[in-house]
Design a protein around this ligand. Structure first.
Ligand SMILES: Nc1nc2c(ncn2[C@@H]2O[C@H](COP(=O)(O)OP(=O)(O)OP(=O)(O)O)[C@@H](O)[C@H]2O)c(=O)[nH]1
Ligand SMILES: [Mg+2]
Length: 369
């Protein structure tokens, strides 16, 4: 196939697309995959343990040379393990500046962006210090002429390494705790469309996400509420339509909100493609209709660029007339769900046709063969 044929070009695009979407963590943050942070003492145990086993491997019939090699190797491998461990945290934790605004706002509310950056920077500092200790001890051992001196130099280096780790122990502990909080944050892929589901408490947000989802929705939490939120998705023509719940975020009057919540709400502007606003008109509703409608107006005002679909829920319980709405659904009986899904796909696709990487529907794709 000549390189300049349309097909060749297409292959390149497909590969490129695969590159962007294929690596699951390239663009989106998988908070769940942040590795466990060891306790300071565990880092030291790991470093010194590895160092001892390295020393055991040294073979030299001459005691003087053997001890010198052993001590050099112990210092080197203890410091290497410490450096690598600390650096692995730094590199596995996402860089905040590269995150979508909504994610940054969540991190800020959950653990504080400043602390996040400062504590990671401390680990990086300690990793560098550990390398320096290693280098200094090795050149010292090279200059020494006594077996006793080799041991002393090794002990001295171990002491320095332990004191560095001790010095950043509050930062290490902070990261360990932060990880447990961050792991529960919702993560969405900014390259795929996203539907934000809003509405007063108990209107059926989570039930709708569950009903539209292929498979069980993921459960996550926002830093603003003890309620669990749901993340679901469905696929249509290979595109993944993500859905996120907003309990504690877009479910009560904005006047009651603190600055950090407002920051997250403002950042929602950049997250979703469509906003579904759910209204419960049934007698079961826990929030009076007037209040639900007031919230709708507030949300419309806050996310003015966002296309809003008003959906009245619990159709199976509904009697008589309701107010203005775009859809009527029941997540229990399934009524209206497919119409809603089709409408969502239409709205989102209309906005995304100019994606330069998208392919016409009938074109062959590499991963289909
Ligand atoms: N009959 C009926 N009940 C529903 C329907 N959708 C949700 N419910 C019920 O309404 C209650 C609230 O539903 P959820 O999906 O938890 O509502 P939510 O908006 O996620 O609530 P919060 O997360 O607390 O804000 C649950 O008891 C659901 O079983 C529906 O279509 N029909
Ligand atoms: Mg819910």
């Amino acid at each position: 196939m000549p390189v300049n044929s349309p097909h060749a070009l297409l292959m390149i695009e497909v590969q490129y697309r695969g590159g962007v979407h294929g690596g699951s963590c390239l663009a989106s943050v998988e908070w769940r995959s942040i590795p466990t942070v060891l306790y300071p003492q565990e880092i030291l145990d790991k470093a010194f343990g590895r160092a001892s086993s390295q020393a055991d491997l040294v073979e030299d019939p001459d005691k003087y040379h053997r001890v010198r090699k052993q001590m050099t190797r112990m210092v080197q491998s203890a410091c290497d393990v410490a450096t690598k461990t600390l650096n692995s945290y730094v590199s596995r934790w996402p860089s905040l500046n590269a995150l979508p605004e909504f994610d940054q706002a969540l991190v800020d509310a959950a653990v504080g962006c400043d602390d996040y950056k400062k504590n990671l920077a401390s680990l990086q500092w300690a990793a560098e210090r550990s390398q320096r200790i290693s280098g200094e001890a090795q050149s010292k051992i090279l200059r020494l002429r006594e077996i006793d001196g080799f041991h002393k130099a090794r002990r001295h280096a171990y002491g320095r390494l332990a004191s560095i780790i001790d010095q950043i122990s509050p930062q290490i502990l902070w990261l360990g705790e932060a990880r447990d909080v961050l792991r529960k944050l919702p993560s969405t892929d900014p390259l795929e469309p996203c539907i934000v589901v809003a509405g007063s408490p108990n209107v059926g947000k989570s039930a709708l996400i569950r009903a539209l989802s292929s498979g069980e929705p993921q459960v996550a939490s926002y830093p603003f509420t003890t309620k669990q939120l749901h993340l679901g998705h469905f696929t249509h023509r290979r595109r993944v339509y993500q859905m996120v719940d907003t309990p504690g975020l877009l479910d009560r009057p904005m006047l009651e909100r603190n600055q950090i919540e407002m920051q997250a709400i403002a950042a929602l502007e950049h997250l979703g493609d469509v906003l579904l606003f759910l209204i419960d008109w049934t007698d079961e509703a826990t929030t009076p209709i007037s209040e639900q409608e007031r919230l709708l107006e507030e949300v419309r005002g806050l996310l003015s660029d966002r296309r809003v679909l008003v959906v009245s829920t619990k159709l199976d319980l509904l009697e008589g007339d309701v107010g203005e709405e775009d859809h009527r659904i029941s997540s229990i009986s399934g009524e209206g769900l497919e119409e809603l899904r089709v409408n969502l796909i239409e709205i989102i696709d209309a906005d995304r046709v100019d994606d330069p990487l998208s392919l016409p529907e009938h074109w062959p794709r590499e991963d289909e063969r």
